[in-house]
Design a protein around this ligand. Sequence first.
Ligand code: ADP
Length: 636
Amino acid sequence: MTTEHHEFQAEVQQLLDLMIHSLYSNRDIFLRELISNASDALDRVRFAGLTEPALLPEGELAIEIRVDPEKRELSISDNGIGMSRDEVVENLGTLARSGTSKFLATLEKSRNAGENSEVSPELIGQFGVGFYASFMVADRVTVLSRKAGEDKATVWESAGDGRFAVADASRDAPGTTVTLHLEESKEGEEGSDYANEWVLRQIVKRYSDFVAYPIQLHMPGAEEEKSAEPLNSMKAIWTRPDEDVSDDERKEFYKHFSHDWNDPLIHVSTRIEGTFEALALLFIPSVAPFDLYHQEMAHRGIQLYVKRVFIMDECRELMPEYLRFVKGVVDAEDLSLNVSREILQQDAQIRVIRNHLVKKVLEALGKLRSDEADAYRGFWEQFGPVLKEGLLSMDEKRERIYELMLCASTHHESQLSSLDEIVERMDEDQEFIYYLTGSSLDVVRRSPQIEAFRDRGIEVVLFTDPVDELWLQRMPPSYRDKEWKFVGEGEVEFGDEEEKKAAEEAREQDASNFRELLTRLRSALQEDVAEVRLSTRLRSSPVCLVREEGELSPHMAELMRQTGREIPDAKPILELNASHSLLVKLNTLCDSDPKDERLEQYAKLLLGQALLAEGGRLTDPTTFSQQVAELMERAL
Ligand code: ADP
């Protein structure tokens, strides 16, 4: 028999340290995590047994908790699927989820930045750390596991100090036993003794009542009969009428199956009736998981049951990608227990169920928005960018998502508005919903491109999520008959016919006054810009850049470059503010000596300023700053 020593993957140790050193007000949840794992393992063996009955254990599928007060040991056993030696090493030594190290680095930072050394449970909860929570209460953890269908067992042991040992072992039957060597200094807040029967009963009742398998507690010296009595009621919570389930029960159920440590924001319970039947209990989390934007994030999502029997996790077929943050259980009456992913993808029932669920979720969000604006805003901050991905699909749900959208705008500094509110604030004859995109609100709020809009009290919607660029590119449908218009492209015209005419005349006048300067600037910048012209959108800034109609916005071009795409440089248009004193002076300089060498230098500086103001990057920052320095020196 060989004992191997392994080091934890660096991220695991980092996580363990964070957990051990963070004083949780609620260490009790370690038991919930272990019971959840046991319950998952039972689900899996039950499912495997549908096609290969030999894998099923002889006795009832169950979870057993045993206590040895003398040795201060607590063990949790299941007769579920178990793990092979390789799986033990893989599952209990590494964190396989992508983005893990980045996430842990943020945690570490928040811990170092904080005055005390605690990381909030909410943060760690986003991660769903499961098994490793054992080290919050134990100074040594042993796992003995035997995979269903195999003879050999494996024992794993660690003190959470960077290393673990693995050796061959034996176990009477397949399944897993996790034994915690309880550490007195790691007791719960009220000094909960995890070797105490009453304490254990309370914790199981509170966190794991609805677990579908009996959880039996064996205390030393207790009668067999008493031990066989499950601690939990095992009632599938989604089959009970909504009003019979307490908020607490529902929350704990959510935490159990989702592995999220935070309370959910809202739940949606619904029943599909008709030619076939299904029940669903769905939740919208309050905090986004850290890997929401990773491709494979549909981590737990929707669980599919058929007639109360667990079939699969992560049932993507039941929820579109833009609702991937929704978690829950769907229990279908009429599907076969042998249903496979391939079948699901083509199943007409599944499509109907999915449509129904999407409708219900969007309705629930709509209700949250009208009933609890603050909570809705919290939701939007966490999940808005994901929901907006739904605007990229062409189905009729797009309208609903439009209605749910919250946007920043020039109207409020800190409040978000719905499109309805924005349209209602508009002048009736305003044809467009004007918008500007950029990398951050700070940048777009100050953009010179919107000065004239602000000046005239025309609201501009501000978009800063990468997904906004995508749906706005795809010619979004008008909203309540108003078309979308990017303020940074083409020419802008304000007011009625008369005003437009007057503005045009003024511009012609300006153009003739500035003709020489415009020519000089054009020739100085011919490499960099497509055109230099006078602007109708500037008020206080001297210059800005705009794009030809239909061209990529600078933010979009930047995003595409970040993904490694070659984006041909489309030359922007440099617009000048004819009423700005800087331009007036430049014009005078140019009139007196069109050959003045400084004009060339100023042209580059103007372009640089315009680029910086829209959050862009200078192609030659060194020369730019040297020129600024020279200018300052001259001015002093
Ligand atoms: P999570 O449950 O979030 O995936 P854990 O750290 O709790 O993460 O567990 C890691 C993996 O170890 C699980 O995904 C599972 O594959 C395996 N595992 C944990 N406990 C058990 C168990 N009781 N029986 C079988 N496999 C288990």
